[in-house]
Design a binder for this molecule. Structure first.
Ligand code: N01
Length: 866
């Protein structure tokens, strides 16, 4: 018998008997695998077992925060309120455990202390606090996202002589604060839920607030008839809609920006969201509350005004108003009378930003004041100071994977997961709703079901395939972490010191912990990983090891969404159109695109082209006082489509960011005017502008060229001609995804030839309209083929990872560098040919455009305002 075929005591060990652990046990039993769950509490419930503080409730409606896997429950269990209390939820979980006889597979009052992967046996060895070791093939951490309390990082903790309570470890026996002086530290969800109830009992209540939170009223009561009617009309359909929604709760998706409606409409929507009383309503009122700081501030100010209208004392009201982070980037709270509690005479707020805690003493809490310290004396102190969220419960166990590596060491700089479900070096270890999965940003009950299903299906797949071990590949994991961070970077979340960022725990790495792409996108991705043969996993069994390496999502998140949207529109390919149709089509698309930023002045005019024809131009002048350097810009469009105004948003953006005048000049188009009409016009325009710098408000000697795609081709050609034909002097060339060569054999044409908007077919169509085959080798068509590139001005070249033109742009950058030209090259990760210019439509291109503007500034070292 070889080591691998040794039988473990259990196929699966589960840690935790909360919402996740219970469903896992059920599924595993149905699959016919042996499983045991270890639970440190003495009953089921997990978070709902421990969080018994007064007022504890769910902040997602109970009709949503409930199991969908047992449809009988819908008939057997009726929630008494919209937001059930902790005791009711605990009863529900107990009911489910009884109904499915799950307790027999749970070892209560047993804590898992350590887990070691044995490479020889391919088994996990699980050590529990009763001294036992249990072996298993698969080890599942169903430990919850908010189960390990954060250490109370306050001086003197432990010295208080009175009663001490932690919201996350509330006693099982009733706590009565009647007649007592109580201090509460913290103003997160736990505090906000418990404070009104503690206030109703205590003689005096003092709340110590470091950072105020946004809270909205729950309007708790019976399930609203409209909600009940909706779910009862077709429960299965409702649940399915929830599975494919972004938060795990069916909701209308907002299509408008908060900034594109009138103040009246905005207020009306916010008021409606406020009245709805759900944590999703306000953030979902418009499509940019969590991505645009100005939009967010309109919602934040709405809530601040509500606080000011509820709280009588203006100083207290202002102290309760959050102002240091965007709404929703710290968990929004749902309350029942929280703000009104501060109108009661025996309730006071201590603002720790003004008077920080000095220490906890035997008698109470001392805070620092301008003239020393003030002491507050208490009979009881409640710590509502939060959790080591999302990673705390996982790394609190000594988990040792391959080669003796500890998970907590591997995650020292933040969690590394694939799909939030597994981590490299820890084979057969699964996490339910782990970091980098939607988890806490969604309806947890639903996300738990999705993860449990995925994990159980994977175990089933391995069994039927005769495989025993699964582990993500480093490439897949790194790709997922990057993708998760890319999503976070599109949002305002990184701006807050929240537990989402790990920022509430001193010393914890600051990274966005939950996945921000939404439940629907995440579910689809998990499904795709499976459909693509467990992409990104290494799977092994007695017959050997199979590696299916790869990255599931490589595009920038917003670029991927845009491509999906375009695919749904099923538009005809441009290369199936005539040039006239293609121009009309592209103009119609441009009309739908968001506008660019305001600039100081926009001026339209004409200037003479190469054959004396008029060329339209549009000039963009910065708001700052001139004169300014001038950048002559050539639009994209494959020499066939576009005009002086078609890249308006990009030109505005470049103008604002670079502080230069941008002159977007048109040129004659093919097929009416074929090669070399376009570069001839470009060169004529540059010469003419150089001769009229003063008229354009420019700085003499500060003239650069720029362009996108075919326009970048013209910019590159013009620069070469200026060098060869006696000027003008060009300070620099900014080439965004340039056409530099007529060679279609480079790998990027094959790798990215289809599916990324600009296709190989379309490039072929452009070239065919533009230039005879015999002309294409001409350096005025293919500037890469110039005899020499020496002596050209500095260049910035941007290429995009998923662009057929990527490799020729990079070849040009390399050739310029070889020729001794000062060249800066940026390959824009996850971008496509058309995405970087999409100003105000795609956020991920912002940093690239920032670098482009920096390069322009660098072309003109003196005289550009910073
Ligand atoms: O914890 P928190 P929580 N000195 O971290 C303060 C979920 N939940 O238990 O923000 C002084 O939100 C800290 O101040 P600051 C829900 O997802 C759900 O309330 O760090 N103050 C903050 O005010 C929620 O988000 C429900 O400046 C200190 C508070 O303590 C999550 O659990 C109900 C401090 C901690 O707030 C966590 O909520 C309850 C110090 N040294 C909770 N250290 C449902 O309804 C910390 N604080 C399902």
């Amino acid at each position: 018998m070889n080591e691998q075929s040794r039988s473990p005591e259990f196929d699966v060990v589960v840690v935790g008997a909360g919402v996740a652990g219970l469903y896992l046990l059920h599924r595993l039993r149905e699959m016919g695998v042996t499983a045991v769950a270890f639970e440190s509490g003495d009953d089921v419930g997990g978070t709902w077992y421990w969080n018994r503080y007064p007022g504890a409730r769910c902040d997602v409606q109970s009709i949503d925060y409930s199991y969908s896997w047992d449809t009988e429950l819908d008939e057997q269990w009726e929630w008494s309120e919209r937001y059930a209390t902790q005791p009711e939820i605990l009863r529900y979980l107990g009911f489910v455990a009884d109904k499915h006889d799950l307790r027999r597979d749970i070892r209560f009052s047993t804590r898992v202390d350590g887990a070691v992967w044995n490479d020889a046996t391919s088994l996990w060895e699980i050590a529990t606090d009763d001294g036992a070791t249990t072996t298993c093939r698969y080890y599942v951490m169903a430990t919850g996202c908010l189960s390990v309390m954060k250490d109370a990082d306050i001086a003197g903790v432990g010295t208080f002589d009175g009663e001490v309570y932690y919201t996350g470890r509330w006693p099982h026996e009733e706590v009565d604060f009647t007649g007592k002086r109580v201090g509460v530290i913290g103003t997160g969800s736990s505090a906000i839920q418990s404070i009104p109830i503690i206030a109703s009992q205590a003689d005096e209540l003092t709340i110590f607030q470091r950072t105020p939170n946004f809270s909205i009223p729950a309007y708790n009561g019976p399930v609203r008839p409209a909600d009940a009617a909706r779910i009862n009309a077709d429960r299965a359909a409702y649940r399915e809609e929830a599975r494919w929604s972004s938060s795990g709760v069916p909701r209308e998706v907002a299509e408008l920006s908060a900034l594109e409606v009138t103040e009246e409409v905005r207020q009306e929507r916010y008021e409606r969201a406020w009245q709805e009383g759900t944590i999703f309503s306000l953030m979902g009122a418009f499509n940019d509350i969590l991505t645009n700081a100005d939009a967010n501030d309109t919602a934040a100010e709405f809530v601040r005004n509500k606080i000011r209208s509820i709280v009588d004392d203006p100083v207290t009201a202002e102290a309760l108003c959050p102002k240091t982070y965007p709404l929703g980037t710290k968990r929004l709270c749902l309350d029942s009378g929280y703000y009104a509690t501060f109108n009661q005479p025996h309730v006071r707020l201590v603002d720790l930003r003004e008077n920080p805690i000095q220490s906890i003493t035997g008698a109470g809490i001392d805070v620092v004041t301008a003239d020393g310290a003030t002491s507050y004396e208490f009979d009881a102190i409640v710590f509502a100071t939060g959790f080591d969220a999302m990673t705390g419960a996982i790394v609190s166990v000594d988990i040792t994977g391959r080669d003796g590596v500890q998970l907590r060491d591997r995650w020292a700089d933040g969690p590394h997961t694939y799909l939030g479900v597994m981590s490299v070096g820890f084979p057969n270890l699964f996490m339910v709703t782990g970091p980098q999965s939607p988890s806490v940003l969604s309806n947890m009950a639903l996300s738990i079901e999705q993860h449990v299903d995925w994990i159980c299906d994977t175990i089933e797949h391995l069994r039927t395939d005769g495989k025993a071990v699964i582990e993500p590949t480093p490439v897949a994991e790194a790709g997922w972490v990057r993708h998760s961070n890319d999503f976070a970077d599109l949002t305002l979340f990184p701006q807050a010191n929240s537990w989402y960022m790990g920022a509430n725990v001193p010393g914890k790495p600051r990274v966005v912990l939950p996945y921000l792409g939404g439940v629907d996108r995440y579910r689809k991705t998990c499904d795709q990983v499976v459909e693509r043969g467990y992409l990104g996993f290494e799977v092994s069994g007695e017959e050997g090891t199979e590696v299916n390496d790869g990255v599931i999502i490589q595009l920038q998140p917003d670029v991927g969404i845009m491509i999906e949207f375009m695919e749904e529109l099923a538009l005809p390919p441009m290369d199936s159109m005539s040039p006239v149709e293609a121009r009309a089509f592209s103009e119609a698309m441009a009309a739908e695109s968001p506008a660019g930023p305001d600039v100081g002045q926009v001026l339209d005019g004409t200037l003479p082209g190469a054959d004396g024809n008029d060329l339209d131009f549009r000039l963009y002048r910065p708001a700052e006082q001139g004169p300014h350097p001038i950048v002559i810009y050539f639009h994209g469009g494959g020499w066939v489509i576009g005009n002086a105004t078609s890249d308006d948003a990009l030109c505005r953006d470049l103008c604002v960011r670079s502080g230069a005048v941008i002159v977007s000049v048109d040129y004659r188009h093919a097929p009416e005017a074929r090669f070399p009409a376009a570069p001839d016009d470009g060169f004529a325009a540059v010469r003419w502008i150089a001769d009229h710098v003063d008229d354009f408000g420019g700085v003499p000697g500060q003239l650069a060229v720029a362009g996108w795609s075919a326009g970048a081709n013209i910019a590159a050609v013009v620069t070469q001609r200026a060098r060869d034909e006696g000027g003008p002097e060009i300070s620099g060339q900014l080439l965004l995804t340039p056409v530099t060569d007529c060679d279609f054999t480079r790998p990027s044409y094959t790798e990215n030839g289809d599916g990324y908007i600009l296709t190989t077919a379309l490039m072929t169509w452009f070239w065919d309209h533009y230039a005879d085959v015999a002309d294409r080798d001409d350096p005025r068509a293919s500037p890469l083929r110039a005899e020499s590139l020496a002596g050209l001005p500095p260049a910035m070249i941007v290429t995009c990872e998923f662009d057929p033109l990527r490799d020729e742009g990079e070849a040009y950058a390399a050739a310029l560098a070889d020729a001794g030209v000062d060249v800066r090259h940026r390959r824009a990760r996850g971008q496509i040919h058309t995405s970087v210019p999409a100003v105000n439509a795609l956020l991920s291109g912002v940093s690239v455009r920032g670098e482009m503007a920096d390069a322009l500034r660098g072309f003109f070292p003196a005289g550009v305002p910073a």
